[in-house]
Design a protein around this ligand. Sequence first.
Ligand code: TGC
Ligand code: FAD
Length: 408
Amino acid sequence: MSATNPVEAAAAADKPKKAASVSALNPLDLFDVRSMLSEEETMVQDTVARFVDDQVLPVIRESFEQHRFPKELIPGIAELGLLGSSLHGYDCAGLNSVSYGLICQELERGDSGLRSFVSVQSSLCMYPIYTFGSDEQKERWLPPMARGEAIGCFGLTEPHGGSDPGNMKTHAKRDGSDWILNGSKMWITNGTIADVAVVWARTDEGVKGFLLEKGMKGFDAPEIENKMSLRASVTSALFFDNVRVPEANVLPGVSSLRGPLSCLNQARYGICWGPIGAAQACLAEMLEYTETRELFGRPLSHTQLIQSRLAEMARQITMAQLLALRLGRLKDEGRVDPAQVSLAKWNNVRMALDIARDARDMLGGSGISAEYVPIRHMLNLESVITYEGTESVHQLVVGKELTGQSAF
Ligand code: TGC
Ligand code: FAD
């Protein structure tokens, strides 16, 4: 930290020296949701939490400021078995859905960008290869992806409107035993660093998934610059100009929009958990800050309005934790419905975004500095509330479930 930067210097002076809870309860888990976890789930959470504390938090602020994905963390993430953690075989950990949720929660306590990396690699690239791929495709891609040696991305969104993937323009035509692919994708996480891209395209035989490999002629994946959100994550455009794709690179198990949408269920599920971590990070910092920040002769935490706002944060986090755990148990029982995932994604991302914005305000001027975590989480969550289905899309999914009428 530069001693000559007045914002950082002021922020450093404001920083309290110790954590500050007099509560007998855990302020970040008021209903002791942790006691409802199995021994294995608790161990997974603790392991990822340690990784985030030791490896992520020391570097993440600088990565965000430099608009740089901390690629150097990938080997550590892979070593812990966090890539494709719910898959069985192929060097994957075979953990249950609640464990995957806890992984997302702890990673997003560090930064949404890191959770995004793991979500896309696991749920949007490894999952479709695992579910719809041939034996050769699985053998070729899944083990190196689990080891973090190969990176994947998922191309569904197109520049003219991501909420309506049924209107996709990217298309592929058979040419002998190959396919010729044309079109473009936008806002693709990991795109520029991906060794393999799962690209969805319209064909005469329905919507198909193509495995595009880095370096294929006519395939380009430039990074999108100047993002004010998810700055510690790579986001790219994908361009396909007559890319020749062999049949061996087509996912054999899918030929409709149902395929890519079922992958979204997996990633959206993880996003139901991730933002809880971001919200906990904000509340933790606010509990410290408001205890030591003195205004009008007393600590902020002694005022009614601030206590009301802290209590509201704890209330929202508690409800989100219970919702996520119930969703995870349903998923592990094999009876989760996409509308339930939509409701939880909508609720839990909205919860975290509201908390991050309120925490930013409670910090006053210091709240605009990345010295404190809320503004980074707040800016990240603006992406999280948009991707994997906007808030409105999820409200309409729930509306359709309630009324039986599609209002899209
Ligand atoms: P609709 O007619 O409703 O459905 C078409 C077919 O798909 C089936 N389906 C689903 N299947 C599984 N899971 C789901 N969630 C499904 N939703 C629909 C449906 O049953 C039907 O099947 P079939 O066999 O009868 O044909 O389709 P629609 O065109 O009306 O659109 C529905 C809508 C709007 C909900 C859907 O298109 C949608 O979800 N839009 C939002 C798109 C989106 O979320 N994109 C995300 C891109 S990936 C991303 O953002 C990654 S960010 C990752 C990170 O960095 O963390
Ligand atoms: P649009 O679909 O144009 O929506 C614009 C507005 O219209 C929104 O407010 C929306 O809620 C509203 N709207 C849409 N339909 C309706 C309706 N029927 N009624 C009322 N309002 C409506 N995509 C991928 O495929 N892969 C990725 O890896 C990926 N990563 C991403 C990473 C980041 C950082 C971001 C920001 C996006 C990423 N996306 C990815 C894209 C993301 O899924 C889309 O941005 C999202 O689905 C919304 O699409 P859009 O941006 O085109 O907005």
